[in-house]
Design a protein around this ligand. Structure first.
Ligand SMILES: [Ca+2]
Length: 566
């Protein structure tokens, strides 16, 4: 769902997850063209097979097919690389995972290249490694990755951790911008204005606002029919829209994830003392009517619609919400003014929120595949468009007629039938512009300030709403307060066995406190239960993984980025 929404609201570059598939063919003699910076083309062409998971809405135009389309023609004509689809599956019910498991159990050879999402990797990586069917790519990366690609990884070394097992690098991770899902606070500015309130800068001021939004008839219809904060409590309290991470952060911790502590180890956030205080505060808010009575059954869609429909005056969620759903909602709620603001500070001046993943998926290579030179040529060509390389073949977009057209010599992005899903046909989608790589101001800031000259700036200006850009910029203000889940490895045995039960225990314990059905002190009993029922063993497993797979690089990267450890 996240993937789908992200695709709907973000520039395609942020959501590229190309899955293509191919037939096996004998490798032609290896040419030396194409790397070391010189634009090259393989002749004879290199054939690379892959697997593609497609959705019904990934439609091609004008007789194009999955084997023959603008992307495949570009790769063949410009790079001398021919993609073939060894497997094509429908992108539902995790069909690709099923297909891979079938291949592994039957001893069937994998496609040359496989893309797996961050959700699929933890379950599949141990099996893939154990089967001996994928290769450690460390050597090929050193030998063939172009300088600017190496730079992206050197500046974000912890991204390797999602593909590491036994200290080896089993895949090539996409690198996200590291902040796309970082939440901010969205408030109804027109409600604040009507009630004579300022945007809240502290948690206490936020509480005043929530009280006024719940009790002060902010929509002026004479009825007590609004709430303060829209919260999604169905799965857990830090979901990707309608999260409470700012409240946990104000008390110094993030539950539901593994956080780096001052002694360098990883600790599970949900059992830390600060969480108890945040739950107690949330319980007060619930008792005072600031939350929806049924928030514990609301998913992120429901929470989002409460805010977008004018029933709630505050929600926490990503900056891109300024595109969907808020730009659409502006048209249906007359007078509504949505405003993105940074999070207020907690009692001790603390601010904190959940942080986006650094990687949303990775590419894995068949053991014995020996055309990593071609793979990196392709990777680099797409990567150029992510870092706004003016010389990129994709500077205008991915394919004329799909995501852009040229009309009287001008680039046009807003036309009937415009779609960015053509990018799914790429053999490789390296992710987004990685953190720490792009100099100067963000493209969102440039476009918002009216600096719209390059094709990349024109594209963003034409496809993003002003509120989207503003939301993204507010997200950037508190980057140092984002906390990423530091555990990104395969699920170790106790986590696999006990994790679901512990998550249930955690969900029930937290909701009981917030609903006022159990005192805040029952948190201590939850911690005891969690630790005794597998939690302590999982903590050991997670720290073993951390030690064996790059703890040093990860801790150094955190310090270098200005993050203070708890
Ligand atoms: Ca009202």
């Amino acid at each position: 769902m996240l993937e789908k929404l992200v695709k709907a609201v973000l520039p395609a570059a942020l959501a590229v997850a190309a899955l293509t598939g191919c037939k096996e063919e004998a490798s032609p003699p290896r040419p030396v063209t194409g790397l070391a910076g010189a634009p090259g083309k393989f002749d004879p062409p290199v054939v690379i097979s892959t697997a593609k998971a497609l959705r019904n809405d990934d439609k091609l135009k004008d007789g194009d097919t999955t084997e023959d389309n603008p992307i495949s023609r570009w790769a063949r004509d410009r790079l001398g690389i021919i993609q073939t689809n060894k497997w094509i599956v429908t992108d539902q019910n995790d069909a690709l995972t099923t297909r891979i498991k079938l291949a592994l159990s039957g001893g069937e050879e994998l496609p040359d290249v496989l893309f797996l999402t961050d959700a699929q990797i933890p379950g599949l990586l141990p099996d893939l490694v154990a089967s001996g069917s994928i290769m450690d790519i460390a050597e090929a990366f050193e030998a063939y990755a172009p300088a600017r690609v190496k730079e992206a990884y050197e500046k974000n070394p912890s991204v390797w951790r999602s593909v590491m097992l036994n200290g080896k690098r089993w895949g090539l991770p996409q690198i996200s911008d590291g902040k796309v899902g970082d939440p901010i606070l969205w408030v109804r500015q027109d409600w604040l204005d009507r009630l004579g309130l300022k945007p809240p800068a502290t948690l206490d001021e936020l509480e005043t606002v929530l009280d006024a939004f719940a009790n002060g008839d902010p929509d002026g219809n004479g009825k007590r029919d609004t709430i303060g904060l829209a919260l999604a409590g169905k799965r857990y309290l830090n979901d990707w829209i309608g999260d409470a991470s700012f409240l946990f952060g104000a008390y110094g911790d993030q539950p539901y994830q593994w956080n780096r502590t001052k002694d360098g180890t990883l600790a599970y956030g949900s059992i830390q003392p600060g969480v108890k205080f945040a739950l107690a505060r949330l319980s007060e808010w619930y008792a005072k009517g600031y939350l929806d009575p049924d928030f514990g059954t609301h998913d992120e869609q429901k929470a989002s619609s409460l805010f977008a429909s004018g029933a709630a005056g505050v929600i926490s969620g990503p900056g891109w919400m300024g595109g969907w759903p808020l730009s659409d909602a502006s048209g249906t709620l007359p007078g509504a003014v949505f405003k993105p603001i940074p999070y207020p500070t907690g009692p001790d001046g603390k601010i904190g929120r959940i942080g986006s993943k650094l990687s949303y998926g990775s590419y894995f290579f068949r053991k014995g595949f020996d055309r990593m030179d071609a793979a990196f040529l392709y990777w680099d060509a797409v990567y150029g468009s992510l870092i706004e390389d003016p010389a990129s073949d994709f500077a205008y977009g991915y394919a004329e007629g799909y995501d852009y057209i040229l009309k009287d010599g001008e680039l046009v992005y807003d036309f009937p039938g415009a779609t960015s899903t053509i990018s799914k046909h790429l053999l490789f989608g390296p992710g987004s512009a990685p953190p720490n790589v792009m100099p100067g101001e963000s493209i969102e800031r440039r476009v918002l300030q009216g600096h719209i000259r390059s094709p990349y700036e024109k594209k963003l200006a034409s496809t993003a709403s002003r509120l989207f850009l503003e939301g993204r910029l507010v997200g950037d203000i508190q980057l140092e307060h984002s906390r990423k889940n530091e555990f990104v490895g395969p699920h170790p045995p106790t986590m696999s066995a006990k994790g679901p039960l512990l998550a249930k225990l955690e969900r029930e314990a937290f909701l009981k406190i917030v609903y006022g059905k159990a005192p805040a002190d029952s948190f201590d009993e939850f911690v005891k239960q969690w630790r005794e029922n597998g939690g302590d063993a999982i903590t050991e497993e997670v720290n073993r993984w951390d030690l064996e797979n790059g703890r040093v690089a990860s801790a150094a990267e955190k310090l270098a980025s200005g993050v203070t450890l708890r």
